[in-house]
Design a protein around this ligand. Structure first.
Ligand SMILES: [Zn+2]
Length: 240
């Protein structure tokens, strides 16, 4: 499919979701001017991604106009801004994982600290545990992911998992939608916080795989949760 034939309604809706996702992550302190949300345009070789941070400033001000389009080789296709330096982190994940429809990369502090120490974030709290039910692999480099080779290496490390650490750098989260990838990143940070708090008091007791599975089965659709996180954007201050 050529770029001229793309469904512009679908593109606009996805751009709005990418921008909203960036604003939510910034509001909750998981991103500042760095970090990005991206989405695969379904059934195409195109990806929508938040533009380069230094061109935009605070992610709290993200708008759909600041979301650009690249192809799976990270070539710029559309939009008035440059692609983020780490665009190939996203495109190489999309190439390796046809099931992934959205990715989030942040330098969120708590989850990143666990990656730096090499300790697992434990499944501690309700449905949110699903994001760390399996240990996250750790990509053993703190360098920015700027080449296709680096991006492909992260994709290999991720395998069929949901997320991976980038040591002393941040995390890479995936989802079947923008909403899911953004909420997964938030939930990961909350599980990191819970693991840290419980470890400070004593020895954490994590959920069993059976409990995590039951929570997943009993979960409400993601639309309600997304609405909740969007509603936070109207509040003057929120904390994780
Ligand atoms: Zn980064």
């Amino acid at each position: 499919m050529t770029v001229e034939n793309l469904n512009q309604e679908v593109i606009q809706e996805l751009k709005e979701k990418v921008a909203t996702g960036c604003r939510i992550l910034a509001k909750l302190g998981l991103a500042d001017y760095l970090g990005h949300v991206s989405a695969r345009v379904p059934g195409t070789k195109y990806v929508l991604i938040k533009a380069r941070g230094v061109d935009l400033g605070n992610l709290l001000n993200m708008t759909p106009e600041r979301v650009i389009m690249v192809d799976l080789e990270a070539n710029h296709v559309e939009g008035n801004f440059r692609a983020p330096a780490e665009v190939k982190l996203h495109t190489e994940i999309f190439k390796a994982r046809p099931d992934v429809m959205a990715t989030v990369h942040t330098h969120q502090h708590l989850a990143t600290a666990f990656g730096a120490v090499g300790k697992p974030i434990l499944p501690m709290l309700g449905i949110m545990s699903v994001v760390c039910a399996k240990p996250m692999p750790i990509f053993q480099s703190s360098l920015k992911i700027v080449t296709a080779e680096q991006g492909a290496a992260v994709a290999r490390m991720l395998g069929d998992g949901l997320a991976c650490h980038l040591k002393n750098h941040g995390i890479l989260m995936t989802g079947k939608s923008v909403e899911e990838a953004v909420i997964n990143a938030i939930w990961l940070e909350m599980q990191a916080k819970m693991t840290m708090l419980a470890s400070a008091i004593g020895t954490p007791s994590a959920q069993t795989p059976e409990e995590v599975q039951l929570n997943v089965e009993q979960a409400e659709p993601i639309t309600g949760r997304w609405k909740y996180y969007v509603s936070l954007l109207d509040l003057p201050y929120v904390a994780l």
